[in-house]
Write a protein that binds this ligand. Sequence first.
Ligand code: DAH
Length: 327
Amino acid sequence: MSAKPLDAEALELRYLGRKGELALLLRDLKDIPLEERKPLGALGNAAKADLEAKLAELKGAAPAAAAAAPGLDLTLPGQPFPKGSLHPLTHTMNRLAEGFLKLGFTMADSPLVEDDYHNFEALNFPQYHPARDMQDTFYVDAKDAAGKFLLLRTHTSNAQIRAMEKQEPPIRVFHTGRVFRSEAVDASHSFAFHQIEGLYVDKGVSMADLKWTVDAFMKDLFGSGVKTRFNPSYFPFVEPGAEVDMSCVFCKSGAGRCPVCKGSGWLEVMGAGLVHPNVLKSCKYDPEKWSGFAFGAGIERFAMLLYGISDMRMLYENDLRVLKQVQ
Ligand code: DAH
């Protein structure tokens, strides 16, 4: 049989209470001559502190805490600690990056404030090319060495040029980041948004390689049931150029009145094509020897499809009720 547990409350009352044994002893001190009273008083106080600490220990509390905050119940559950989470866009970029790293692509970087050459000229947009009009550009009040205004990059395609300038072929890189266009904000547009860019240059790279890569990547992201299709399109830096559609992940059939694909069954998700010989030349890659593909896609679109977000503005308003849903 174990010994009867000590009753901390009773002990406290008996020794430290207002009429407890210690209090009575200390009260009697007043009748003792001053020179003896001093050391006895100190002894009494030390005994009191000692008793308090032992009692706190007996109650299961750390002696200091119990002494500092009487009534603190350390057995209560603690305050929940708010845990942060990654922004849905960061999450999406990480998922895209994982997909491309698996396919043997390396991560490249490129600047947000860019010069005309890397954003346009080297990508086969000559100075007065009408395709520049589609990229409503924010210019910066500063000029580059060529006397042209710097700008906020309008797409991540500058990463293609920056990467090829740094490295000899073969090259297989991707880049994710922010881009800027002078657009009015609505449910599917913003003046600042995000893109992913991919580039592969090697010997004999063809449209078939592009189609396989894009399809594999989309299946990795949205599941093996997803289909992709290519429609001819125009971008100055690719030839042939294409727009890539994926099958709608919401209605899956195209039948009915799906608000996401508007009943077509397809969603346009990226631009792609074979790297234009002029682009290869501007990076001193011999187009007779090397060929490549490139693609670019908006990240907000993927985030909205992955997490079922219907209005792009939700990604920028920083409402915790939205952000916390993506862990
Ligand atoms: N840069 C284009 C845009 O922002 C998207 C794009 C189209 C990127 C075709 C590409 C590509 O790499 O091959 O509209």
